[in-house]
Design a protein around this ligand. Structure first.
Ligand SMILES: Nc1ncnc2c1ncn2[C@@H]1O[C@H](COP(=O)(O)OP(=O)(O)OP(=O)(O)O)[C@@H](O)[C@H]1O
Ligand SMILES: [Mg+2]
Length: 208
């Protein structure tokens, strides 16, 4: 495992004056996969958004090492704006200056047959895979995935596990918010439970 990649110190966050997270201290390292678990509404998405920098804390400080962030939102449709699935992947690769071919990740996620289709015309499972392809190509430093296996089948889950493990091996720091025990068991170095405004380390073996 490498050095620290992101950290939250005494962070509180919330909406409309109502706190969701209170006094959270948490950090992640390069080459590490952290899984966030906990009940609906517990604050997993809020925590991911804080790490990504798309939500500002009400108190405390958030730090992340500079570099590309691969962020999969809980609703992937908000991410997909280009006319084809291939164009989504090319856009990410071009913007990050990476030389990888879009076909590499399209093939890994079984998307070559729909590479030239509009992401908005796909089934929800295909759209989830298209969103993964749009965020995960190349070598992002920080990988933040919100419910990445929602609506996908076991072969797509296996492909996702292999892709995320490869990014971890390249030194990415990964945070997954997930209710999927199989995904968590396959990938997580640590599990953090998020509920009642607090975060707590959990044993890897205990289901939520
Ligand atoms: N943009 C927002 N505006 C107002 N309240 C919000 C907003 N986003 C989240 N919340 C509230 O903050 C709390 C935590 O929500 P969050 O989405 O972080 O939980 P979660 O653990 O990701 O839940 P789930 O498992 O359902 O995805 C919930 O009570 C939610 O209603
Ligand atoms: Mg959520």
């Amino acid at each position: 495992m490498g050095g620290e990649a992101w950290s939250l110190e005494h962070v509180s966050a919330g909406f409309d004056g109502r706190p969701v997270l209170k006094g959270v201290d948490l950090a992640g390292s390069s080459g590490e996969i952290v899984a966030l678990s906990g009940p609906n509404g517990g604050g997993k998405t809020t925590l991911l958004r804080l790490i990504a920098g798309s939500l500002a804390p009400l108190a405390g400080s958030v730090w992340r090492r500079p570099g590309r962030i691969a962020y999969l939102p809980q609703n992937p449709t908000v991410l997909l704006h280009r006319p084809t699935v291939r164009a989504e992947v090319s856009f990410t690769l071009e913007r990050s200056g990476e030389l990888e071919q879009p076909e590499t990740i399209l093939n890994a996620l079984g998307l070559l047959p729909m590479a030239d289709r509009n992401p908005r015309d796909l089934s929800s499972g295909e759209r989830q895979r298209a969103a993964l392809a749009a965020v995960l190509p190349g070598s992002p430093e920080l990988v933040l995935l919100d419910e990445p296996t929602r609506g996908i089948d076991s072969s797509a889950r296996d492909a996702l596990v292999a892709l995320v493990a490869r990014l971890r091996d390249r030194g990415a720091s990964v945070v997954l918010a997930t209710h999927d025990d199989d995904l968590r068991n396959a990938l997580a170095d640590r599990v953090i439970n998020v509920r009642d405004g607090k975060v707590a380390a959990m044993s890897l073996a205990v289901p939520t």
